[in-house]
Design a protein around this ligand. Structure first.
Ligand SMILES: [Zn+2]
Length: 135
């Protein structure tokens, strides 16, 4: 989808250039970050700014049109993290190069978006060493 430049600038600047899911800076990825419909259009989400998030290519690909997932521990259906309505630090924390979930929402989002697959953890370790990723 091609977005009007004003929308792209708004979403990017609101996120300070970081993926609103995994926090990687756009300047540290091989592909430009994308605009994500937090609630996908197939589930009735709009293209209004309050339903848009800045997402890296990987987070956006893994999320796709999903809005919830099954919690691996409880088997319950849990909605995904919503960057416009939820605080990141309520649901996740950074422990070294790992993004640790703090809530059920954090757990399903972390698993579905594959925050901690080895390649992403190694990438974060390198970015930490360069002071390019939050501690
Ligand atoms: Zn991301």
């Amino acid at each position: 989808m091609t977005w009007p430049e004003a929308i792209r600038k708004l979403v990017e600047s609101r996120a300070s250039g970081r993926c609103e899911y995994c926090l990687i800076d756009q300047g540290d990825t091989g592909f430009p970050h994308q605009i994500d419909h937090v609630i996908s259009r197939k589930h009735g989400g709009t293209s209004h700014a309050d339903n848009l998030a800045f997402a890296c290519y990987l987070c956006n690909c893994y999320k796709g049109s999903d809005i919830a997932s099954v919690h691996a521990g409880t088997g319950k259906l849990v909605r995904l993290f919503h960057p416009r309505q939820d605080g990141w630090a309520e649901h996740f924390r950074i422990a070294g190069a790992i993004i640790e979930p703090l809530t059920d929402i954090g757990a399903v989002t972390s698993r579905l978006l594959r925050f901690n697959i080895p390649a992403r953890v190694i990438e974060r370790q390198l970015l930490h060493a360069l002071n390019r990723y939050p501690n």
